[in-house]
Design a protein around this ligand. Sequence first.
Ligand SMILES: *[C@@H]1O[C@H](CO)[C@@H](O)[C@H](O)[C@H]1NC(C)=O
Length: 167
Amino acid sequence: MSRILLIFLAITLVCSVREANTQQTVDEICKQTIDIKFCNGILAKATSPSVNDLLNVTVTEAHKILDDSYFFISSLLLHSGNQRPFVEKCADGYAIMNSLFTNSVSLFNSGQYAEITSRLSGISSADEECKTDFNVPGYNINPMTEKNRETNVLLALEKILGHMVSS
Ligand SMILES: *[C@@H]1O[C@H](CO)[C@@H](O)[C@H](O)[C@H]1NC(C)=O
């Protein structure tokens, strides 16, 4: 009876240590990004805590989110009026970033993990690709500020995880 209890306790302990390590790994990674909550939300969708699966979920989610953001800025461009040159610059930036994140999915699928990090290394911040100093009717704060923050987290995640998986 006591031996069974001991085995049960041992299993519980091993499991909880593993859980703690998983959350610890995720926390360590997310601490290196500018939005821990958003970062946690992405990584929580992983099917397992292996670094490979964390990278898999990141490239998959990043591709979806960037597609949406690019669609969003493209539709803002249609109604940009006198702000057009500024909105167009931001849209061009998102076109580039969207294609890079699409590329990450193919690179992941062909196992070229280090290549994910190196292709993204040319982008240091979404704020440089898309300056948010234009007005968007109906918004007090430029909605691309939020999109840039998300993109920055996704950039950091792909760079960090691409490096971890390949080293
Ligand atoms: C990546 O994730 C998708 C969806 O969960 C899964 O179907 C695929 O097998 C994964 N790929 C690898 C290499 O782990």
